[in-house]
Design a protein. Sequence first.
Length: 283
Amino acid sequence: MIQIKKVLNSSVVLVDNQGQEMIALGKGIGFGKKAGEVIADTQIDQVFLPITETKSSQFAALVDEIPLEYFEMTKEIVQLAETRLPYTLNSTIYLTLSDHLHFAVERQQKGLSVTNRLYWEIKNYYAAEFEVAEQAMEILTNTYHVALPKEEASNIAFHLINAQSGNEENQDGLRKAKLIGTIVNLVRYSIQQDVDTNSIHYSRFITHVRFFVDRFFLNDLTQEKDEGLYRQMWNLYPNAMDIATRVKAYIDQEYASKIPENEIVFLGVHINRLMNNSAIDKK
């Protein structure tokens, strides 16, 4: 049984579904309704879960400012994303992305252009999310007649990245993209060679850096020590290990951390492979 706790507007209501507080969205769902009344499942287009007391008040404030079509846009984008991406999205995206789309359209109408400084990083390091975001841009244009600059795709992708299901405190796409970009730029600058960004070796390097950054922010780095392997890597690949150590020094200083030796070994392996194949390609 779904019971209305509060009518936020004619299309959005706060409900109680078997003891859990939810936000229900549907055209006319709240029209003429009062707290305590029961609504049918068929009237609900989308239920947002979970909604804490704090988020309920935030949502209530937003629905008075944002037209229903922006929530509908977000719903369609989320449905698209969850068919294309290997994870589900946290319900907070209905709040954050709806608000963002509304603000983006307002900026566009006023001729204000705000560039995402991480456009390149998000496009290249979160290719799957970026591709979904580009498809979302097509939906906005064709279905809702909302024309946004192509750079907005990176903002939509950022919201998808940041709404991965799991511990919300550990989902911070902006921090991840910044650190990934810094590591990649530091390595590319340090090896002093042209890098084929379309090569499988570069792709593997980027994948490793992404997983490393994910684990770093989840505090899930490899803690095991292998002194023999560490020394062997320095003997065999001193240049790659020197660059990996520079990356460690930067992260340790910037984030007050201590990257384990084995993580430096793994990074050194990928850097060495990148250096060798870049050198081959350059000849």
